[in-house]
Design a protein. Sequence first.
Length: 299
Amino acid sequence: MSLSRRALLSTAGATALLAVAAPPSLARPRPRVTANAIRQIPLQGAVNVRDLGGYLTYDGARVRDGLVYRGDHLGKLTTADVAALGALGLSRVIDFRIPLEVQYDGADRLPAGVAGVSRSVTDNGLFGQLLTAIGSRDPVRQEEMLGGGRAAAFMTGVYRTFVTNAANRQQFGATLRELAAPGSGPQLYHCTSGKDRTGWASWLVLTLVGVPERSATEDYLASNVFRAAYDARVREGLKQGGLMQNPDLIIPLQEVRQEYLDAALAEVRTGYGSLYQYVTQGLGLDLRTLAGLRERLVG
């Protein structure tokens, strides 16, 4: 099937946070019901693992279930969680985290036979700065580092690097090529919170296979729903533990926002002129790969 020209040309449009508080609860917030049902994989040790399937495309087709999954980090999965992942038939799990994040949260716990691929995408120093700010226990320093719109501004900078950083482009390009490869099994990619690096990759996948931009953006913003309860517990844990007097300073780091996505898209327009030029010139994907991505994921 041919790629949607509208999707290809469309250009409109830290990871945080630390498991300092309690582990994720078994309770799950219910996603907002839309025409495109968001399919969460319920796990005890991760709150933002989802099937990217189910979305309608411009021409009335649908993204296939069970082929592409997005998630937050898998370092704290329970034995039951690992078994649940095993039931998905995954062939590969791609980890976008940098080594510092892996060191802090632990390596992925994966089912036997699933290949784990480390494919670091820089967070532009976000995780290290966050550890520094929280570890200082100094409300004045924390305000200086995160207050006054600085946390949100840092996040827009992170998103710009998804487009401007050559190493990041190489990692996203490699991931999209693997998703498009004929005969490849189901795959999951993730970062720490499953919202920024993972969110950008997912927005690209959905848009490139012909899902309307509005639906792709709803999928991106849905991380706020799935992470809300857990992130609130993190903030409460920071306050109760005496690490932050004003843990709301980290909300801009915990959330996804339209302005963050728009920052990446603005870089696409500035550097490449269109999404099509970004994925072909910036990510190095040829037309055969783009057509293969659509053919494999949409039916």
